[in-house]
Design a protein around this ligand. Structure first.
Ligand SMILES: *Cc1c(COP(=O)(O)O)cnc(C)c1O
Length: 360
């Protein structure tokens, strides 16, 4: 099999999706499966659907187009505000888009009218994390304008926390979102179908046992793939954390001094290798590097330590163990390592169910 590669166990992902879906169903919350980390690859998207998801979300229209093209049968939501340059594709390929700018919504309306379609939108509200969102005090005036626009349906409201400033979803900010749903219903006589509370960082709040209020849906990516909640990166009970691994090949393994020799200046990527006690140790090099993935986000097998990496060498301290040249090592990626590896053309993507290499 080719190396380096990313191995994806679809059965484990199926289990993770099914388990989280069932647990959230108990609090009346559905799951939108977020597909951007794997660029909407058909096998994984279909695994999400088979495990019970009816709605998928992605921040990039290209990924949604790829899933549509592959006939993935789910409702598709663009979870990043549309670019004006992509309005046509958004109306053609997405059932719903998340929006924060009235100008963009006007353009969606005009395009939907041209194409004789309706397009549904969710308005994102700023609740403290300072990424996307309409300021809460301005929500009413935006809704007022939207309900007059032709071919646009206001499906609901949403928020995104923890991504930019690290603000935790909690009972206070989630209650604020619920209150905004009630406010819109009361003021405009509408039904707010969707209240999209957040991402994998919302799971601690959702499972805290507190009332989840009007929140109807969470958009989950990392937790489904890596089995972690994302506030503290704790393992979620009963989920697999090893559904995805990165496999790289040993190209050198030698006893070397633990201290560099010569005058020290800048390295290729500005970092410095991990410090070690003076002496000698077996140093092993894997043929993978920062051009392929975020090497700081890789966890090696126990007993081994990553010392550092350059563009295409990952240098490890393997203690007293020489590794056979040509042997393979499996490393656990965090989210950052995962998205970069999935995006890299130099890693093949291998799914467990067929164990067959598909072209990148
Ligand atoms: C990426 C993203 C998500 C999914 O986040 P995870 O931490 O992977 O669960 C949800 N909502 C929005 C708006 C996103 O951009």
């Amino acid at each position: 099999m080719t190396t380096p590669r990313i191995e994806i166990d679809l059965d484990k992902i199926h289990h993770n999706v099914h388990t989280l879906c069932q647990r959230l169903a108990c609090c009346g919350i559905t799951v939108t499966g977020v597909t951007k980390a794997f660029l909407g690859r058909t096998e994984i998207a279909n695994t999400f659907v088979r495990a019970g998801l009816q709605s998928l979300g992605d921040s990039r229209i290209e990924n949604i187009k790829a899933m549509r093209h592959a006939h993935v049968t789910a409702s598709m939501t663009l979870i990043r505000a549309p670019m004006l340059s992509q309005i046509r594709d958004v109306v053609v390929h997405c059932d719903i888009s998340f929006n924060t700018e009235i100008e963009t919504i006007r353009r969606l309306s005009a395009m939907a009218r041209t194409l004789s379609r309706t397009h549904a939108i969710v308005l994102m509200v700023e609740l403290g994390d300072l990424r996307e969102g309409i300021m809460p005090e301005n929500l009413g005036s935006v809704v007022q304008e939207i309900i007059r626009l032709p071919n646009i349906v206001l499906k609901g409201i949403g928020s995104n926390l923890a991504c930019f400033s690290g603000v935790s979803p909690d009972s206070a900010n989630m209650a604020e979102l619920s209150a905004l749903a009630y406010f819109i219903e009361a003021r405009f006589g509408l039904t707010v179908d969707v209240v999209s509370g957040g991402n994998s960082a919302n799971l601690e709040w959702a499972f805290s046992g507190e009332d989840t209020g009007r929140i109807t849906d969470l958009r989950l990516g990392e937790s489904l793939l890596l089995g972690l909640e994302t506030l503290h990166r704790n393992t979620i009970d009963g989920l697999y954390t090893d559904a995805i691994s990165i496999v790289a090949e040993v190209i050198e393994s030698k006893l070397k001094p633990t201290q560099p020799r010569g005058t020290i200046a800048q390295t290729a990527f500005g970092g410095t290798p991990d410090t070690r006690v003076a002496g000698n140790a077996v140093q092993t090099i894997l043929a993978i590097g920062n051009q392929d993935t975020d090497t700081l986000g890789l966890t090696p097998p126990s007993g081994m330590r990553i010392l550092g990496a350059s563009g295409d060498h990952l240098v490890m301290d393997t203690g007293s163990e020489y590794m056979a040249i040509g042997s393979e090592l499996s490393l656990r990626p965090n989210y950052s390592a995962l998205i970069r590896a999935m995006t890299s053309p130099s890693l093949s993507k291998v799914m467990n169910t067929q164990m067959e290499t598909t072209p990148t």
